[in-house]
Design a protein around this ligand. Structure first.
Ligand code: F6P
Length: 342
């Protein structure tokens, strides 16, 4: 067979491990050839390709980012987008395309499969861990570890200066990274998009903690969390996929906390640090398992599917099961985090 692979949406540690696994399995087990498209769907529309061999994809297991680069292009908003994708797949005599991406990329793949009958298999990829139909996406574990390590560092400096330190983390609409990272890093309050911010509750909790003799506090806030008082939420710009551009909430929250408690309060935004660098061992293994299964599914012609993890078992699910809504934080885990507030 001849197959293509692309990586779309925000980059994510473990993506190169997927590419390496797809190529290794396809070439070694099936004698197939693999072509990489550059910069997500832009590469398929504009015919930007890179041949991928076992040699060129060797030594990638530990490397962050994506060697194919990425973009947030939506082909359905471009002139003859889907048609150009089909033409270029034909030009390269491709039997199928493996699409590695997050919420938007998987949504586009689902539409291309249903409306344009393209032979596609998806691999879910996002540090946000918010894709439906899979328990975990690779990249999430790495991001959580980065948050935990940052909180360890913030603890020692907060404690030395008797400060409240607010740490803003990413994860867009879902609080997975904030909640898991916050629990792992011993946060004293965690704010997630799934639960509106009640400023009075945050302030009381910090005051209570300081009243019982602690002179510092660590607050984790997810970039997509919102105040219950609508007027306190900042105005936001919108991107190409209709998503609001986030960032800056930590600073706003720190100002409120400082003003209301009288404690010196500062904020740190982790931002893209959570997305860069080497994947953890967990993510390397998960990404590799996903890549091998995606290659197998293509060779079995099981198109319209997405690889997924259910428990510790790798399965395939229809792409359509993964789209239209996000997998929000499991609030039972948040309840565990709450035990340590205040
Ligand atoms: O979807 C992954 C993600 O890292 C989100 O957590 C974050 O809101 C967004 O991407 C940032 O996107 P960009 O890198 O395009 O600013």
């Amino acid at each position: 067979m001849r197959l293509g692979i692309l990586t779309g949406g925000g980059d994510c540690p473990g993506t190169n491990a997927v590419i390496r696994a797809v190529v290794r399995r396809s070439v070694k087990e099936y004698g197939s050839e693999v072509v990489g498209f550059l910069e997500g769907f832009r590469g398929v529309m504009e015919n930007m390709v890179m041949p991928l061999t076992m040699h060129s994809t060797g030594g990638l297991i530990h490397r962050g980012g994506t060697i194919l680069r990425t973009s947030r292009i939506n082909p359905f908003k471009m002139e003859r987008g889907p048609e150009r994708i089909k033409e270029n797949m034909d030009k390269h005599r491709l039997d199928a395309l493996i699409v590695v991406g997050g919420e938007d990329t998987v949504q586009v793949a689902n539409q291309l499969y249903n409306e344009h009958k393209l032979n596609l298999v998806c691999v879910p990829k996002t540090i946000d861990n918010d894709i439906n139909a899979t328990d975990v996406t690779f990249g999430f574990d790495t991001a959580v570890n980065i948050v935990a390590e940052a909180l360890d560092r913030l603890h020692t400096t907060a404690e030395s200066h008797n400060r409240v330190l607010v740490c803003e983390v990413i994860g867009r609409n879902a609080g997975w990274i904030a909640c898991y990272g916050g629990i792992a890093g011993g946060a004293d309050f965690i704010l997630v998009p799934e639960k509106p911010i009640n400023l009075a509750a945050v302030i009381n909790s910090i005051k209570q903690r300081h009243a019982r003799g602690r002179d510092f506090s660590i607050v984790v806030v997810a970039e997509g969390a919102k105040f219950d008082d609508e007027s306190a939420n900042p105005e936001r710009e919108v991107d190409a996929h209709g998503h609001i551009k986030l960032g800056g909430l930590g600073e706003i929250l720190a100002k409120h906390i400082g003003k209301e408690t009288g404690f010196e309060t500062r904020s740190t935004t982790l931002g893209h640090i959570q997305r860069g660098g080497s994947p953890t061992a967990f993510d390397r293994v998960l990404a590799t398992r996903y890549g091998v299964l995606a290659a197998d599914l293509v060779h079995q012609k099981k198109y319209g599917t997405m690889v997924a993890l259910h428990g510790n078992t790798l399965v395939d699910v229809p792409i359509s099961d993964a789209v239209n809504s996000l997998k929000m934080l499991d609030m039972d885990v948040y309840k565990v985090a709450e035990v340590f507030f205040g």
